[in-house]
Design a protein around this ligand. Structure first.
Ligand SMILES: Nc1ncnc2c1ncn2[C@@H]1O[C@H](COP(=O)(O)OP(=O)(O)OP(=O)(O)O)[C@@H](O)[C@H]1O
Length: 246
């Protein structure tokens, strides 16, 4: 197997004395479509934020492949949870997706013809081209989620990290989003997605990572979905209610 694009080494994150994630070791390879699954408060968003650099690990490391260059964060597209974004910001769906190009174009360069083509294609693939001129505040939850996916596609990043992209979308939209993410993985990108939808994850993803304040299990859906793993993930915290000793 090729070297991973990203891997963590004993990644641990504490908020004050609360250990949100303990000694997590995961790896993401080009072509991977991976789901992170666990109960509320399991540390899933914390894991993603650590990979993106929005949360600083207490100990352990996030390591990127040298092939991603000196600024690996530029090779990464992150889709946060929808409710963490300000949807009153006065921009259209088109502008929002064009912002996905900013990292590539640079803040001081005016977007060119190619950027506009990429934005148009991304909106089209996400099924929201007809909404391009609409203010984002006037979109429904499912439409917003599609716009966020389009923004991610427009970035043309090597690593795609998504936090609960299926929340609040109908079954048809969910299928479309999963198909899009799978296509991105098949095109050689690495896709890591946090989700509460176990069925969708098992149906579409190559690998699952079960998390409950640490990594409980990882592997193919068939390897991971054992009664023991599911019980360990969803019925109690592997770290109990203890806090860090430090
Ligand atoms: N900035 C923060 N400061 C303090 N505690 C935090 C912070 N962010 C998260 N936590 C705590 O860390 C734990 C893990 O949170 P996290 O958001 O990573 O969980 P999650 O698995 O994504 O949950 P959910 O499924 O509810 O989104 C929770 O107990 C949460 O309250």
């Amino acid at each position: 197997m090729t070297d991973p694009l990203l891997h963590t080494h004993d990644l641990t994150v504490q908020y004050g004395t609360h250990v949100a994630l303990h000694s997590a070791n995961i790896a993401l390879h080009a072509g991977d479509f991976v789901a992170v699954i666990g109960p509320n408060g399991a540390g899933k968003s914390t894991l993603l934020k650590s990979l993106v650099g929005l949360t600083t690990p207490t100990s352990g490391q996030v390591r990127f492949a040298p092939s991603l260059g000196p600024r690996p964060q530029d090779a990464l597209a992150y889709v946060p949870q929808q409710q963490t974004l300000d949807w009153t910001f006065p921009v259209t769906a088109w502008d929002t997706v064009m912002m996905g190009r900013t990292g590539r174009v640079g803040w001081l360069r005016w977007p060119g013809h190619r950027d506009r083509e990429i934005v148009r294609d991304a909106l089209d693939r996400a099924g929201v081209l007809d909404l391009a001129g609409r203010h984002i505040g006037a979109l429904s939850g499912g439409q917003r989620q599609r716009v966020l996916l389009a923004r991610m596609l427009a970035r043309q990043a090597d690593l795609l990290l998504l936090d609960e992209p299926l929340t609040g979308v109908d079954a048809g939209t969910g299928e479309r989003l999963m198909a899009l993410m799978q296509a991105e993985a098949r095109a050689g990108r690495a896709v890591l997605m946090v989700t509460h939808d176990l069925d969708a994850a098992a149906a579409w993803c190559d690998r699952l990572i079960l998390v409950n304040r640490t990594v409980i299990a990882q592997g193919t859906p068939a390897q991971v979905y054992t009664p023991e793993n599911v019980q360990a993930t969803f019925t109690h915290s592997m770290l109990g209610h203890t806090h860090a000793s430090a």
